[in-house]
Design a protein. Structure first.
Length: 117
């Protein structure tokens, strides 16, 4: 499975961005997709996930209410709508896919999000 993330950019605090992750290859094997992020000097952290077939979502507690993950099975894409962005949301955002409930097997290249104050 190959993952291609897009949609990052520079936005002012309070603004919105929508990231998209396009999956290709053996997408029938995907159980779950997710977004992670890594801010400068920090470890990578979980943002949100969604199961591919049923659409069950999970969010990092600190991001609930501002971020929304969604999928389009027909287009093989997973989006992350980010609202009311804060400077602390600045990070490289990565999409990932797993074939099971365990670890993530596939990773995209990342898309950079910068939120200015």
């Amino acid at each position: 499975v190959q993952l291609q993330a897009s949609g990052g950019g520079l936005v002012q605090a309070g603004g919105s961005l929508r990231l998209s992750c396009a999956a290709s290859g053996r997408t029938f094997s995907v159980y779950r997709m997710a977004w992670f992020r890594q801010a400068p000097g920090k470890e990578r952290e979980f943002v949100a996930s969604i199961t591919w077939n049923v659409g069950i979502t999970k969010y990092a507690d600190s991001l609930k209410g501002r971020f929304t993950i969604s999928r389009d099975n027909a287009k093989n894409t997973v989006d992350l709508q980010m609202n009311r962005l804060k400077p602390e949301d600045t990070a490289v955002y990565y999409c990932a896919a797993s074939r099971s409930i365990g670890d993530y097997d596939f990773w995209g290249q990342g898309t950079e999000v910068t939120v200015s104050s």
